[in-house]
Design a protein around this ligand. Structure first.
Ligand SMILES: C[S@@+](CC[C@H](N)C(=O)[O-])C[C@H]1O[C@@H](n2cnc3c(N)ncnc32)[C@H](O)[C@@H]1O
Length: 269
């Protein structure tokens, strides 16, 4: 066997998710999403797609092309801040950065596959498509190691009670009313479960008293006292000097972030 093998993508996916945090850790099945996998011309892929339309789901095998390194131990976003062996996770930081995602197949149009929710960013190279066959691919009783333990913990009632300050409440409402940005349910879910520092969950220390959590393109400043979490203010994820810089046009919620900084120019917590 050769030491290395060469693969050629069969195509590239268009998902509109420009930055990694826009893609969920696994597909958000509950959401309406339409993604397009465009297979390369001149390879007879139209023929290769014959008979696929009858399947509800397909596996996509793809490359985490935005990753340059791998790590033997990684800290998954779910569960306590604990490092796990990369092969026991679905982390992108793998020696061969191959991703696999079972996605809903909405339609086949010549060389294009119309797909439902997925966790791939815009332009991800795809190496293969296979039909998802529940009889082969689904083992609902199979043990899921540390993920099963984390899920059991998540099924218990949340430990922390989250309060919004008057300012955070006004800011959240303003974002929703003016820009239809609503990350509050996700923020409250995360903080009510576990507000402790966690790099992959994007919870960092702001100073001796305050912490920051990243939620999509936004951040929230909060404090923790016993089992109470106080969200004091919301902030855009990027400062104005980045938002106005050429090359940053695709930052998610860019206009909303700029308008927010005009409305609340000072750091308020
Ligand atoms: C946790 S991985 C799981 C991927 C796949 N479902 C799996 O289990 O192999 C999903 C994350 O990969 C990241 N991602 C998506 N496309 C990527 C790409 N082309 N390069 C690097 N990271 C990517 C996104 O941040 C997304 O949240």
């Amino acid at each position: 066997m050769p030491d290395s093998l060469t693969l050629t993508p069969i195509g590239f996916i268009r998902t509109g998710k420009q930055v990694k945090f826009q893609a969920r850790h696994q597909p958000a099945e509950g959401e309406e999403e339409r993604n397009v996998l465009e297979l390369s011309p001149g390879c007879n892929y139209e023929q290769a797609l014959q008979d696929l339309a009858g399947f509800d789901r397909v596996w996509l095998l793809w490359w985490f092309h935005r990753n340059k390194t791998w790590r033997p131990l990684v800290m998954p976003p779910r569960g306590p801040a604990k490092r796990r062996g990369v092969f026991a996770t679905r982390s992108p930081h793998r020696p061969n950065p191959l991703g696999m995602t079972p996605v809903r197949l909405i339609g086949v149009e010549k060389r294009r596959l119309i797909l439902g929710p997925c966790d791939l960013v815009e332009g991800t190279p795809v190496f293969d498509v296979k039909p998802y066959v529940a009889a082969y691919d689904c083992f609902p009783e199979a043990k899921a190691g540390w993920i099963g333990e984390v899920d059991a913990e998540l099924s218990k009632p949340a430990r922390f009670v989250v309060h919004l300050s008057a300012l955070a409440d006004i800011q959240a409402r303003w974002l929703w009313e003016h820009w239809e940005v609503d990350f509050l349910p996700r923020l409250i879910e995360l903080l009510s479960r576990d507000p402790s520092l966690h790099r992959t969950r994007r919870i960092t220390r702001r100073d001796d008293r305050l912490r920051l959590i990243g939620c999509g393109a936004w951040r929230a400043v909060f404090s923790v006292d016993s089992e109470r979490v106080d969200v004091l203010a919301i902030e855009p994820g990027f400062p104005m000097r980045f938002l106005t810089r050429p090359g940053y046009e695709d930052v998610p919620d860019r206009e909303a972030q700029m308008a927010f900084l005009e409305r609340w120019p000072e750091v308020v917590a």
